[in-house]
Design a binder for this molecule. Sequence first.
Ligand SMILES: Nc1ncnc2c1ncn2[C@@H]1O[C@H](COP(=O)(O)OP(=O)(O)OP(=O)(O)O)[C@@H](O)[C@H]1O
Length: 611
Amino acid sequence: MRGTVAQAQPNGSNDPVPLTATLKRLAPFVKPIFPRLFCGFLCALGAGIVALAIPQVLAWLVNVVLQRDGAASEVWISVGIIAALGFVEALLIFLRRQFVLNPAAGLEAQMRIRFYKHLQRLPVAFHERWGSGQLLSRSMSDLSLLRRWLAFGAMMLVVETVTVVTGLVLMFTHSWILGLLYLLGSIPIAIKAYRFRNDYRAASRRSQDQAGDLATAVEESVHGIRVIKAFGRGPHVYEGFNAQAKSLQETEITKAKTLASFLLTVVAVPETILGIGLVIGLAQVANGTLSVGSLVAYFAIAAVIAGPVEGMGMLLGMTLSTKTALDRHFEVMDSINDIASPAQPQIPAERDGSMKLEHVRFAYPDTAGTHRPILADINLEIRPGETMALVGITGSGKSTLLNLVPRLHEATAGKVLVHGQDVKDWDLEQLRAEIAVAFEDTTLFSTSIRGNVLLGAPEHLDERQREALLAEALDVAQAQFAYALPDGVDTLIGEEGLSLSGGQRQRIALARAIAARPSVLVLDDPLSALDVRTEELVTERLRDVLAGTTTLIVAHRPSTVMLADRVALLRDGRIDAVGSHTHLLSTNEHYRFVIASLDDEEQPATSEVSR
Ligand SMILES: Nc1ncnc2c1ncn2[C@@H]1O[C@H](COP(=O)(O)OP(=O)(O)OP(=O)(O)O)[C@@H](O)[C@H]1O
């Protein structure tokens, strides 16, 4: 199982980034949409102010109109003004939505695309370390949270603060004693808010990380459903998932309790203050120091700002969750892509088809320094147009070596040369266009057979040429079964090609490598899932195709070895011997051992060994 978030980014929750630093990083994204957000903010502010104006009209109605038995028309005017203010408030709320929704959704999409692009660029080593669920939750739910906060949370937090402050000022204008009383209530709220901020931020980080790990668990169990079922591990996997889901549930409950406890303070303190205020206010009215209208207005203002006061707790929680989401987003965006094109890529003098490894050393990043390097000192030359088989015992580093050629991993030391030029000096895209790869563990995409096979096909080809290429690749890979599928080569294959058999998937993947028309082919045991007869047919056709292509092929079967012009034997991180199959068989003890352990008794090579 890939690393959980704790392994992936150890600084996660222990080294919180200050809020201002996070917002500063968001600023360049917000800048282009700021005018619209600001208009939305003004509308929201206007709506808040209009809401506060209603109690003023109410005070006037009670103090002036009703006190002097005003005409019915004056009462109707007051009612009309209140209704109009209500309408204006609703209109402003509508306009706020109109101003902010589109830009916020646009920003979310833009950041998501940038995130995806960055993920595509990050090296394989990064993806091996990070759980897919973590990346999924960071690209989906974290950015949705940001959109909601921008479109609503951020501006409402400001607007509601302004509303509360304005309300307080208005309270002071009606009665400074009652205003001061209400203001005193903010002291316990501020103390509570400080504690809430710390507790909620920690819980929010934990819950978002746990949700990511849970998504990884779902992804892995869906992906590995066949293995789980076949080994009857359903209950075990369920228990593991259950434990993870419970941990998340507990964190969510902690989060909810933290918020609830804060909201309790936010609601209870003003309510208590209002109770005390009522007693003081009535006493003031009784001794004539406060008008009835002002007392009514005071309570109407309190009713208007009760919502914002309460809402500020929720909005503060939302702000903290969004900050966590942004920190999680930037953690991925800050991951350094250490396998990139050089500043000034070079073009090889001649595309001679050669491939060479000179004193290549490689250790996986997480084992570097603790283990012997997987590849200690590799020296290997593959001549132009030659097919070289790479054999070695399991775990000797064959796949690792192959990954160094298209720079899926970077050699720790030494040089890998393609067409005589160090792969580090190539433009990465050009290098990878030059090399086609087929892995034993095939990955197909949820699109048509045609889409999968022509994935790396040269872009300059016209429709007719592409069709011809598709037909040839399917033919060489013995994947004609594709034509018999319900929609032929346009048949959509399920996620990761699960609707195909292992052998069929391998043949499609092989066809994909062939259709890329590479000058260098890197094949990691691409025939392992084929039956002997099909392998024979593929091998026969592949031999023609490989004739002009420099090929490095990892072989687990003698029949694959037979494809090669020469064989390289990998042992203890070094190339132990290079030569023809028969030469190595007769001269190298370890080669005989490796070949004897390969899994194919039917093939001539094995018979040779056994003879
Ligand atoms: N991402 C990784 N991080 C750390 N170690 C790894 C990683 N991938 C492979 N290894 C280790 O590197 C060694 C070589 O693995 P590799 O897959 O290259 O061997 P191989 O010769 O291709 O094996 P096989 O014949 O079984 O396919 C193994 O010990 C493996 O555990």
